[in-house]
Write a protein that binds this ligand. Sequence first.
Ligand code: HEC
Length: 149
Amino acid sequence: MKKIVTFIIILASISCNQKVEQTEISSEKASEKTNDKKFEMYEMSEMSLLMEQMYVDNERLKERIKKGDTIGEFPNHFLKIHEAVMTDDKENDAFFKEQAANFIKAQRLIYEDPKNAKQHFNDGVDACLKCHQVKCGGPIPKIKKLYIE
Ligand code: HEC
């Protein structure tokens, strides 16, 4: 049990640092799945929770676009990106604000011009990555999986 707790704390403090995170996960393979959930409940910032939500929403949207289903309305909770509390408030700088605005613009286009949903969706993923390349490297491989080929 002690080992598990250590793992959770390490993951929480370096969730933007992929290298360390992967090492920790591979050394704790057995407990990885079950404990990710527990960790989310009490360690994640408001911004991290929003990010995870946006990830899931985009996974679902990707499936709808691939199937040619209707894509509905722009998810207004994405706008929380402008104000959600981050693990480190200093990260909410001019670069972050600019990238956040670009990201929202890109995501809106999916709904405003659904005929070209695939193109706009992939531009949205580009916008996630543009910010992450500077702000938070860890989730980059995961985000890249969102691209529609
Ligand atoms: C404007 C910059 C920016 C954009 C755009 C952005 N992110 Fe993030 N993301 C961050 C920052 C900063 C964090 C770390 C938040 C914290 O630690 O409070 C983060 C964290 C994450 C996390 C890790 C959350 C955790 O701790 O478990 C995931 C996953 C993620 N983002 C996915 C995405 C996806 C998917 C998109 C696009 C749909 C996206 N991000 C768009 C800046 C951004």
